[in-house]
Design a protein around this ligand. Structure first.
Ligand code: LLP
Length: 431
């Protein structure tokens, strides 16, 4: 095939001409649950978890999976059983994480706009740390602690003002982003936090953005965060952890150069901490990977409904849409597409627009993508759909929510059913 922009994966590869997820042919998943459907490889999740765990083996650490990447209960349970923690940004994500079996003491709560009732619910559930990123929020946490009659553990999320050099929508560490506290502001409130009997400053945190193509900005941010942590300790804080955020990249397939491996990001964290002088044997490192754990563990399986020519443009209309995978429409994101039946080595490819059935011109999976000639009924696997696929889905055009399947070797299990018509009007009152 001429389109080589497909990331190598031992979990999604051809065997005897059939695209597999581990030992399960994707065609048989489609026959069983129909399309569109998300299919996840359990082994890919385990493998990704292990590589980040190994990359941080130089220090005690907690991998707090960013639930926002994929909150399917079975995916969460799989990670929880490995010893993984969770990074949540809402009480809804907390409820998912608790239901899937994450112990509350392994859950950290990030988020730029937490409501008081959410802070109260998280504190009552015993969530380990509330990341505070606003002075007004500190007052709300304090009032919740008073109400509960016990101090609450907080982490201060600062904004290190480092350019993550990623897509502007997923960069979060610049001074003018809405996230985190500017370091001088954070420094100015430390004495009052330390004097406050209702607050326990247990960590410092930052997250400079997603999909870091180089470990350099991470190293820079971690050094700045480490210096801030040192300042907190010098002021008398008993810091237990330093949370360096997410951003571990995954390959979507269009990258010009391969990203450095997880070990390089682990090294960047270690070097940043060493340079700041804060690394000590009992200081725990927390990181919050999302897509690096689940992104390439998932495909969106879809079927060609029709093909057509419009002027010079060739369209392939599939049954998956922006409702299942909004990333192309929202960020112009690239997702590799693999036919489920392997094209022969000398098959010609032609550029096509792969589009969904939703009534929006922005509803596309790929534009001008060289693919072998496709016909009605052909199955395609859209790669890299394990993260920010189902989580960002919608029911626009009254489309049902797709099923999800988790594969383990030669076993595939349905872990969410396709939604039925009742889901379309759930909660509505016919007046
Ligand atoms: N920690 C915090 C505080 C975050 O805000 C995020 C992502 C993460 C960790 C995990 O980032 P990751 O490791 O997955 O890159 N919808 C976008 C991504 C938005 C990410 C928002 N925050 C996308 O589809 O690319």
């Amino acid at each position: 095939m001429a389109d080589t922009q497909i990331p190598e994966s031992p979990w999604f590869s051809y065997r005897d001409g059939a695209l597999m997820c581990e030992d399960v042919p994707l065609a048989s998943v489609a026959a069983e649950v129909d399309t569109p459907a998300f299919v996840y490889s359990g082994a890919a999740i385990d493998d990704a978890y292990r590589s980040i765990d190994d990359a941080l083996s130089f220090a005690p650490h907690l991998i707090a999976y960013a639930v926002k990447a994929n909150g399917n209960l079975s995916v969460l349970a799989r990670l929880a059983s490995q010893g993984c923690g969770a990074d949540i940004v809402s009480v809804g994500e907390m409820q998912r994480a608790l239901k899937a079996g994450f112990p509350p003491e392994r859950i950290v709560y990030s988020g730029v706009g937490k409501r008081r009732d959410e802070i109260l619910a998280a504190a009552q559930a015993g969530v380990r740390t509330l990341h505070v990123e606003n002075i007004q929020e500190l007052d709300v946490v304090e009032s919740v602690a008073r109400e509960l009659g016990r101090p609450l553990a907080i982490g201060l999320r600062v904004n290190p003002d480092v350019d993550a050099k990623t897509h502007p929508y997923i960069a979060t560490g610049l001074r003018e982003s809405k996230f985190g506290l500017a370091i001088p502001v954070a420094e100015s409130i430390i004495p009052s936090i330390l004097e406050n009997p209702h607050l326990e400053l247990e960590s410092v945190a930052c997250h400079i953005g997603s999909q870091l193509s180089s470990p350099r900005p991470l190293r820079e941010a971690v050094e700045i965060l480490g210096r801030f942590a040192k300042h907190c300790v010098e002021q008398g804080a008993m810091l237990r952890a330093i949370d360096v955020g997410g951003g571990w990249p995954m390959h979507y397939g269009h990258e010009v150069d391969a990203y450095p491996p997880p070990a390089a990001f682990g090294d960047a964290i270690r070097e940043g901490l060493e340079a700041s002088g804060v690394l000590r044997p009992d200081l725990e490192i927390i990181t919050e990977p999302g897509r690096a754990l689940v992104g390439d563990a998932g495909v969106l399986l879809t079927r060609v409904l029709y093909t057509k020519m419009q002027g010079e443009r060739r369209f392939v209309i599939v049954d998956a849409a922006m409702t299942e995978l909004i990333r192309p429409a929202l960020y112009g994101a690239y997702h590799a597409i693999m036919p489920v039946v392997e094209p022969g080595p000398s098959t010609d490819v032609i550029p096509v627009d792969v589009v969904g059935p939703v009534c929006e011109s922005g509803d596309f999976v790929a534009k001008d993508r060289p693919l072998p000639e496709l016909k009605q009924g052909d199955l395609l696997a859209i790669r890299g759909a394990g993260a920010y696929g189902r989580e960002m889905q919608s029911m626009y055009n009254a489309r049902p929510l797709p099923p999800e399947v988790l594969v383990d070797g030669s076993r595939s299990r349905l872990v969410r059913r396709r939604s039925g018509p009742e889901a379309l009007w759930q909660g509505e009152i016919l007046a």
